[in-house]
Design a protein around this ligand. Structure first.
Ligand code: CTP
Ligand code: MG
Length: 188
């Protein structure tokens, strides 16, 4: 039961995981979201690490990638994997979008707070760097459709806690690999 729940949480977390990983592939050379604006404290509002192509490329392809895997699931006659999203195509789009958009907004909020704390682009803010996307994705989804969020995530809370741990480890590994491949400027 616990294992099955953990797989459900992993399956439903896809949009926020992709939304957290994809921007690095689109951001290079893109216009910064803050247009280079500087806050009253003399530091960038968000910094050059948050770009428009990263934001919208990340959002669009996170939803498309999730959709692609849902199509694969249906092709393999695992319709229940589609039903988990909320029993209609609209529900799927809404929930995949809020999970991905929330992850991206959480990341933006984190960068805003990092700059206010005097941390440069790419400087580490332990724990927050690893969980901004999960917290953002969950928060936006819970706000937009609390009944679905409660049924999908809250009722599986112990699996969610476990996935937080998995997510932490995966995030550290993926970031490190991205750094070694030269995709990311910092290993976190
Ligand atoms: N990225 C982007 N647009 C976003 C988010 C990320 O273009 N909305 C790209 C940037 O090239 C960024 C890279 O993905 O450098 C890695 O993302 P992240 O680790 O979130 O940014 P950092 O460079 O570490 O910046 P910050 O200190 O603000 O987190
Ligand atoms: Mg970072």
């Amino acid at each position: 039961m616990f294992f099955a729940n953990a797989l459900v949480i992993l399956w439903l977390s896809q949009p926020l995981v992709y939304a957290n990983m994809l921007p690095v592939a689109f951001g290079r050379g893109g216009k910064p979201i803050d247009f280079g604006l500087v806050a009253p404290d003399g530091r960038p509002l968000l910094g050059p690490g948050k770009t428009w192509p990263g934001l919208f490329g990340g959002l669009f392809f996170a939803v498309m990638l999730t959709f692609g895997l849902v199509v694969v699931a249906i092709a393999f006659e695992r319709h229940e994997l589609y039903d988990l999203w909320g029993l209609s195509f609209t529900a799927f789009i809404v929930h995949a979008t809020t999970l991905a958009a929330g992850a991206l907004l959480g990341d933006l909020l984190k960068s805003y707070l990092k700059r206010r704390r005097g941390l440069e682009r790419g400087q580490a803010w332990p724990i927050i760097d690893q969980f901004d996307a999960v917290i953002g994705g969950f928060a936006l989804t819970a706000m937009v459709d609390w009944p679905w969020f409660r049924e999908a995530f809250i009722t599986r809370w112990s699996a969610v806690l476990f996935m937080f741990l998995v997510y932490y480890v995966v995030h550290r590994c993926v970031s490190f690999i991205g750094y070694r491949l030269g995709l990311k400027s910092a290993p976190h």
